[in-house]
Design a protein around this ligand. Structure first.
Ligand code: FMN
Length: 519
């Protein structure tokens, strides 16, 4: 069962002697458009309006604070948009859809919409009868569905075969972004583990061949419920999938997907891993027991909108230990967003290279995000690691002492941010055991969890007056060698660095949407 996953995962590792297969150069003529639109679909602006009703305003605010454009950057040659959610290479493979009952000011019917972040608008793909919606989602609280898909080509255009991984990271970032933006509005988001890919494709119309003639297809990702009243707690509302899908199939569809590139390179390895990890859905997963850890504060809108990737980090400044522990504490599962959005318990642990944290010896540390993995981590890693408790509340262990700046930089594809930050880290996934327990589709979920952690690290860094950068480029097995990991029990899936940003003064910044300059 794991063979096909090993084949792709090992086959897309970066090695000191060579990177995972890609074109090796950028074919600018076929650069994919980062914004999809559906020609012929009516669009409704989500620009805030004083007369909007609460639920409609909440939908706009949630999308604006999760997947909207947060800034336009400009240098002497070009301008480019950046979004609230980050993306490997700023290529943005993730598309988002909203399914909702009648919303005043948006639609009188139940409808499926595509979110067009370039215009902050909803494009109506399908209108269907309100009775199907009410029967399918009989919740007493306002509820809507958000579905996420990936366009692999957007990432494979640049990164070739490794791109499937980046699409999954980005999807995880988007899940966290939606969950955190929902929390700002007092709503609660939950990934629904019971939806199969086939059902998600039917929900968003990604299986409608005629609507995608010559256009790049979308790979189903996940469906989330968003429910007003975070305090509603407990189980997510039951969604009768068959009733909803039947309603949509009888609905009135409109719009044809725009084509993103004139030419394409086929990366069949990606099609193979996508097929091998197709999600058949599962019985409604039991929610993990709420962790005993108290919920950390949510991130305010200001922090969410100011999030940026640092392009360079100052190699001299340091962080005090209180802020450092605060950033790590934000990644520990709790009953708050975004952790409350996930239906599985924590599978990712953080191997932290501490460079300059006041009061803490430089060296290698491990944050064990799920205590049940501690003994297996000990067994899988080097036997001479220290395993000295480094904090009285956080599950943080000192593994080795020493200056590991050049090692950390080397492991992250020789990127100086990993050496120059206060610290950098590798996200170690509980790989084999998780795949055995949840099946091959969980390969994607492991990346999603790492993306969720990445989003929290970005925001926790901003809130602490620092800045972070996600790092998808690292030398996989050399990381495992440093940790003493010799098999697939644990695998590093994503790296991250946090420090003091060094900005490029030649790049200027404008608000994400023109109407925001005047409000
Ligand atoms: C999964 C992922 C991997 C990334 N890998 C790298 C990397 O290896 N090196 C780097 O400098 N930036 C990396 N980034 C940062 C992106 O380049 C950045 O998110 C993108 O340019 C958009 O900028 P923003 O984060 O400021 O919105 C990564 C981001 C993500 C989400």
């Amino acid at each position: 069962m794991l063979d096909e996953i090993y084949r792709y995962h090992d086959g897309t590792k970066h090695h000191f002697h060579g990177l995972a297969r890609s074109l090796g150069y950028l074919d600018w003529a076929s650069q994919p458009n980062p914004f999809r639109s559906f020609h012929g679909a009516a669009a409704v602006s989500l620009r805030p309006r004083p007369d909007a009703l609460a639920a409609t305003a909440a939908v706009g605010a949630i999308l604006r604070h999760s997947l909207g454009i947060s800034a336009w950057k400009r240098d002497a040659w070009a301008g480019w948009p950046l979004r609230v959610n980050p993306s490997s290479g700023n290529l943005h493979p993730t598309e988002a859809y909203v399914v909702a009952g009648p919303m005043a000011g948006v639609t009188g019917q139940s409808a499926l919409f595509h979110y067009a972040s370039d215009r902050h608008a909803l494009e109506q793909r399908c209108a269907f009868d309100a009775a199907s919606w009410r029967e399918a989602v009989p919740s007493s609280h306002a509820t809507l569905l958000v579905a996420l898909t990936s366009i692999h080509w957007r990432e494979s255009w640049k990164y070739g075969e490794r791109a499937f991984r980046y699409c999954q990271h980005d999807l995880g970032h988007a899940v966290a972004a939606v969950s955190l933006a929902a929390a700002l509005e007092g709503w609660r988001a939950r990934v629904l583990g019971d939806w199969s890919h086939r059902e998600i494709a039917a929900l968003v119309g990604a299986d409608r061949d005629d609507d995608y003639l010559e256009a790049e297809r979308e790979e189903p990702g996940c469906v989330l419920t968003l429910t007003a009243e975070a305090s509603a707690g407990g189980e997510p509302p039951l969604v009768a999938r068959d009733v909803l899908l039947a309603g949509l199939s009888r609905g009135t569809w409109s719009g044809r997907a725009s084509r993103l590139s004139e030419d394409h390179v086929q990366w069949t390895f990606i099609d193979e891993i996508a097929a091998a990890t197709e999600d058949p859905g599962r019985a409604r997963p039991a929610l993990p027991a709420p962790p005993a850890v108290p919920a950390p504060p949510a991130f305010p809108a200001r922090v969410i909108l100011q999030r940026r990737s640092a392009l360079a980090l100052d190699p001299r400044s340091s962080i005090d230990s209180e802020r450092f522990f605060g950033i790590l504490a934000a990644t520990v599962p709790s009953s708050a967003a975004p952790w409350s959005a996930l239906w599985w318990d924590a599978r990712i642990h953080l191997a932290v290279f501490v460079h300059r944290v006041e009061g803490l010896e430089p060296g290698l540390y491990l944050l064990v995000r799920d205590a049940s993995a501690e003994e297996r981590l000990k067994a899988a890693m080097r036997s001479d690691f220290l395993w000295v408790r480094a904090h009285d509340r956080l599950p943080l262990f000192q593994l080795a002492r020493g200056d590991c700046r050049s090692l950390a930089g080397r492991l992250s594809c020789d990127q100086s941010i990993a050496a120059d930050g206060f610290f950098s880290l590798g996200m170690l996934a509980d790989f084999d055991a998780s795949l055995r327990e949840h099946g091959p589709s969980f390969y994607r979920h492991l990346f999603w969890e790492s993306g969720v952690i990445g989003q929290v690290l970005y925001l926790a860094a901003e809130a602490a007056g620092a800045r972070g950068t996600g790092i998808g480029c690292f030398y996989d097995d050399p990381v495992h060698d440093v940790l003493g990991i010799a098999d697939h029990a644990f695998q590093s899936l994503y790296h991250f660095a946090i420090g003091t940003p060094v900005d490029d003064p030649r790049v200027t910044s404008e608000p994400g949407y023109a109407w925001e300059s005047s409000t």
